[in-house]
Design a protein around this ligand. Sequence first.
Ligand SMILES: [Zn+2]
Length: 84
Amino acid sequence: MESSDEATDDLPMPPYVTAEDVVFALRAVNVHAPEQQPDGQRCRKDQAAHPCRLHRWGRRVLAKRGLTDEQIQTLLNGGTVALR
Ligand SMILES: [Zn+2]
């Protein structure tokens, strides 16, 4: 029987998000980017339904660090954002 609580399937969050975690998270979000497939968006790395586990983890880490979607996009595009 499949659990309806997806959160239990998620990767553990670091208790405190360091600058190194931010780098890992950005890499995860970047590598685990969506790819359009006939049956919908899938992770181009592991072919899981997008957003995949690692993509979600990366987004959560970045959100916990206080980064907005806009700032995340800037970083993914090679820009710089002042981290708090
Ligand atoms: Zn993935």
